[in-house]
Design a protein around this ligand. Structure first.
Ligand SMILES: N[C@@H](CCC(=O)N[C@@H](CS)C(=O)NCC(=O)O)C(=O)O
Length: 290
């Protein structure tokens, strides 16, 4: 009897920006819902640190993709997008064009938005002064950081053989200390200064992105894997800054202006966003920002 079971399992969560590289790709390339399974990994509940998930993805990050046809799970969104594209059910052009110039552009754009300096963690969890920290402390991010710390310690003591826990506990613990301290100390001052520098780097990265975009889509005339990565990154940044509509650039601009006076989000970014946000896959996956 023919094996009609789903071909692969995608581990995902709506709170994970990089998981949405996969969801956008699934829709761009024409997969039907019965061709795969989506398993939820609750990022906000630190389920990405659960030992069962870390067996699949030793980095404890989302997304991951497993398939009986693969020798090991795919644990990088760039690899997940490549896999989905190479097994695409529909006959639309590959998201990885053969033209070497376009392909280099695609690779460069993907690498650009995955840089540490453009991590949206800055916007979500960091603060540049006491007032910003108070706002963060009153938000669900405090519970998120604390839950992660609780789970890292719990799993780390039950599973000393898993290196991830010892690796991730100190940084998250520092953040947890900054959020939970009754009074501000010198460590808060260093945190505020580092966050300011982070915002300046982030603004420079946005300017660079503006100059890298080709139009009408990220790498030129057709939708490519670059769009699959830049969309979730920018959507998450706009959401984290407090954007209320899909094209609400105002809050992100204001956040950046605090570190870079007069900062403007580039016209190419806005033009590209207007184009890509009209696509079917975008509208399906981003009825609202996340
Ligand atoms: N380089 C990885 C990054 C994945 C990643 O950092 N995912 C975030 C969610 S968008 C995550 O799982 N964070 C949890 C953590 O690092 O603890 C990829 O592109 O797949």
């Amino acid at each position: 009897m023919a094996d009609t079971s789903p071909q692969f399992t995608l581990y995902s969560d709506v709170a994970s920006q990089w998981a949405y590289t996969a969801h956008l790709t699934l829709d761009e390339t024409g997969y039907k819902p019965d061709e795969y399974i989506v398993k939820q990994v609750g990022l906000l509940d630190a389920e990405n640190f659960a030992p069962q998930y870390v067996k699949i993805n030793p980095n404890g990050t989302i997304p991951s993709l497993t398939s009986r046809s693969l020798p090991h799970p795919l644990i990088e969104s760039a690899d997940v997008v490549k896999y989905l594209d190479s097994h695409r059910p529909n006959s639309s052009p590959s998201l990885f064009p053969a033209d070497p110039t376009i392909r280099t552009k695609v690779d460069d754009l993907i690498a650009h938005v995955h840089q540490m300096t453009l991590s949206t963690t800055l916007i979500l969890l960091h603060a540049r002064d006491a007032e910003e920290l108070e706002t963060k402390k009153a938000s669900p991010f405090r519970a998120y950081i604390n839950k992660r710390q609780e789970k890292l310690i719990e799993y780390g003591s039950a599973h000393p053989e898993i290196p991830l826990y010892a690796l991730r506990t100190p940084d998250n613990g520092h953040l947890s200390h900054l959020y939970n301290a009754q009074n501000l100390g010198p460590e808060h001052e260093s945190f505020f200064e580092a966050s300011h520098r982070g915002y300046r780097d982030f603004a420079a990265g946005l300017d660079m992105l503006d100059s890298m975009l080709v139009l009408p889509f990220a790498a030129g005339d057709q939708v490519t894997a670059a769009d699959m990565h830049v969309v979730p990154w920018l959507a998450h940044a706009l959401w984290g800054a407090g954007g209320s509509a899909v094209n609400d650039f105002g809050p992100l601009r204001e956040l950046l202006r605090k570190s870079v006076p007069g900062f403007e989000i580039g016209d190419r970014i806005k033009a590209w966003w207007a184009n890509i946000s009209a696509s079917e896959s975008f509208r399906k996956n981003y009825p609202t920002l996340h």
